[in-house]
Design a protein around this ligand. Structure first.
Ligand code: DAH
Length: 340
């Protein structure tokens, strides 16, 4: 070793005085590493006169093991000291404020879905689930929308395969047919869930949104039953009696089909929400078409039913005065925090 390099004794002293594991490891790398002084010493041995090689080799190896032992010992001391400090509570300040725990909340769509599930189960409805990736049969055929029927274009459906046998469901109505396959009449069921449409998004259009399908099948089910159920639904959502009206509406799976309007819950004489008309188009519905009952293996001569398709996303927007549907699935915490 040249004069400018620290003596072996001072290196040993530095190891024994190392204040923490990181600086100790650095020192170890510097002294015992491939580029270190001991490695250099060992590498120089072949250049020494033969009679002094043995002694020089032994000396270098002694230094190496002595240093390694000193490092191991100091490391252990440092670990023990740290453990002892942790056990004694040193460095722990009981007066520091605790880390803030962020409180989460249910999404407004989840809130309204759960409320409606409670309401409908209290009236004897079963809550059903259906696949979001759906077969053409359930989505169209069984709902009285054969191939080449213009009603296929009523919604812009995402197709999953070139033949179009598999789609992302554009409405929850296919669950009607799945319900009829699973349950024998009389029965009542709702099916809330996500639906998808291929359309340009804007404040009132989103490619993914939520609906809730309803289906009741029984003996002599009439439009009167439909109106009664819809009034109960609105009372549950708005907390009071809401006037309604039915207009004719066309959907291939119901006959007659209706658009149900609700008297605007926010004004008496017209406002922005009801576009000054005092009526809000809320919910399409109707009496289940005999062809749909047949597709579900139910005899239309014996049974009848009604169905409705509630736009859950729209309902949430109405309820909270949300002016852009794209907020709902944005995942923006600043939006969600408002519904705690
Ligand atoms: N599935 C229809 C849509 O998304 C909505 C609908 C209309 C559902 C009438 C129904 C119904 O159950 O009876 O456009």
């Amino acid at each position: 070793m040249s004069d400018s390099t620290p003596s072996f004794e001072s290196v040993l002293a530095a190891v024994r005085a190392a204040g923490d594991a990181a600086s100790l490891r650095a020192l170890e790398r510097e002294q015992l590493g491939k580029e270190g002084p001991i490695a250099a010493l060992l590498a120089s041995i072949p250049t020494l006169p033969p009679e002094s090689r043995k002694e020089a080799g032994q000396r270098a190896n002694r230094m190496k093991s002595e240093l390694a032992a000193a490092v191991a010992e100091r490391l252990q001391q440092l670990e023990e000291a740290q453990l002892a400090a942790e056990r004694s509570g040193a460095g722990f300040d009981a007066t520091l404020p605790a880390a803030r725990v962020e409180r989460g909340s249910l999404h407004p769509l989840t809130q309204v879905t759960r409320e409606l599930e409670d309401l409908f189960t209290s009236m004897g409805y079963t809550v059903l689930d259906g696949p979001e990736v759906e077969l053409d049969w359930y989505n169209f055929e069984a709902l009285n929308i054969p191939r080449d029927h213009p009603a296929r274009d009523m919604q812009d459906t995402f197709r999953c395969d070139p033949a179009g046998n598999v789609v992302l469901r554009p409405h929850t109505s296919p669950v009607q047919v799945r319900a009829m396959e699973r349950m024998r009449p009389p029965f009542r069921a709702i099916a809330p869930g996500k639906v998808f449409r291929q359309e340009s998004t804007d404040a009132s259009h989103e490619h993914t949104f939520h609906q809730m399908e309803g289906l009741v099948v029984g003996k002599d089910i009439s439009v009167g039953h439909l109106i009664g159920a819809m009034k109960t639904l609105l009372r549950g959502v708005f907390g009071r009696e809401i006037e309604i009206r039915l207009r004719p509406g066309y959907f291939p799976f119901v006959e007659p089909g209706f658009e149900l309007d609700a008297r605007c819950p926010f004004c008496k004489s017209g406002c922005r929400v009801c576009k000054q008309s005092t009526w809000i188009e809320l919910l399409p519905c109707g009496m289940v078409h005999p062809n749909v009952l047949r597709a579900g293996n139910i005899d239309p001569a014996e049974w009848s039913g009604f169905a409705f398709g509630l736009g859950l996303s729209r309902l949430v927007m109405l309820r909270h005065g949300i002016d852009d549907v794209r907020h709902l699935l944005s995942g923006d915490v600043r939006f969600l925090e408002q519904f705690r």
